[in-house]
Design a protein around this ligand. Structure first.
Ligand SMILES: [Zn+2]
Length: 202
C-alpha cells in the first residue's frame, strides 16, 4: 500500500467544445461561431491556471476538430478522442467550455451543468456557477443554480466534470459580450475561481 504524496500538482483538462466542421451555435448578430469563442475562453483560462502552477491539458488546441477525417460518424470520433485525452491525463477535474442557444432570444447568462451521479462533479459545478453568478455586468446574472445534464463529456469518465455554457449566442446582448475580450476575461476569472476553490477544498 502506498501513502499518497503531499503537494501533488493539480492537473486540469480544459475542453473547448466543437471545432473543425462542427462550429456549434452561431451568434445571432455577430455570426461568430461558438467553436471560436470556446477556444478563446479556454486559452485565456489555461494561461490563468498555469500562472497558478496548475497543469493544464487541452483536448482541442486549435480551430480543428479532433475527429478522424475518415470516420463515418465524425462527431462520435471527435468525442471519443476527447474521452481518450481525459482518461490518459487522469486529471483532478474536467471543465468543458461551450456557448448556448435557446428558442427565446431573451434568455441569457452563464449556466453550468453536472452529471447527477457525480457528487464531486456537482460540487465543482456549484463552485463554478457561484463565481459566474458574481459577474456584475449588464444585470444578466440571475442567481442560476447549476443544472444536471446528461452529456457525453460529463459521463465519459469518473473525474469531476462540468460544462460551462458561457452565455446564449441567441441573445443579442450575450452575443455582443461573448465577442468582447474583457468579458471573456471576466468569464475566465470566474471559472478560475471556481476551479481553485474546488482544488483547495478537495
Ligand atoms: Zn456547444
Amino acid at each position: 500500500m502506498f501513502v499518497s504524496l503531499p503537494n501533488t500538482v493539480a492537473t486540469v483538462v480544459l475542453d473547448a467544445g466543437h471545432g473543425g466542421r462542427d462550429v456549434g451555435v452561431v451568434g445571432v448578430n455577430s455570426n461568430v461561431s461558438e467553436a471560436e469563442i470556446n477556444l478563446l475562453i479556454t486559452q485565456t483560462l489555461k494561461s490563468k491556471l498555469e500562472d497558478l502552477n496548475v497543469k493544464v491539458v487541452l483536448t482541442r488546441k486549435n480551430a480543428d476538430g479532433l475527429y478522424d477525417e475518415n470516420a463515418t460518424n465524425f462527431k462520435r470520433s471527435d468525442m471519443e478522442k476527447r474521452k481518450k485525452i481525459i482518461l490518459d491525463t487522469a486529471p483532478n477535474l474536467v471543465v468543458s467550455i461551450h456557448c448556448n442557444r435557446f428558442p427565446s432570444s431573451e434568455r441569457r447568462g452563464a449556466q453550468v451543468f453536472f452529471n447527477n451521479f457525480s457528487d464531486e462533479g456537482k460540487k465543482l459545478a456549484s463552485l463554478v456557477q457561484k463565481n459566474l453568478n458574481t459577474i456584475n455586468i449588464d444585470k444578466i446574472n440571475r442567481g442560476f443554480s447549476p443544472l444536471k445534464g446528461d452529456y457525453y463529456i460529463l459521463n465519459c469518465s469518473k473525474y469531476p466534470s462540468c460544462i460551462v455554457e458561457c452565455g446564449f449566442l441567441s441573445n443579442p446582448d450575450d452575443d455582443m459580450l461573448l465577442n468582447d475580450e474583457n468579458y471573456r476575461n471576466m468569464l475566465a476569472d470566474a471559472i478560475l475561481s471556481g476551479i481553485m476553490s474546488y482544488l483547495s477544498s478537495s
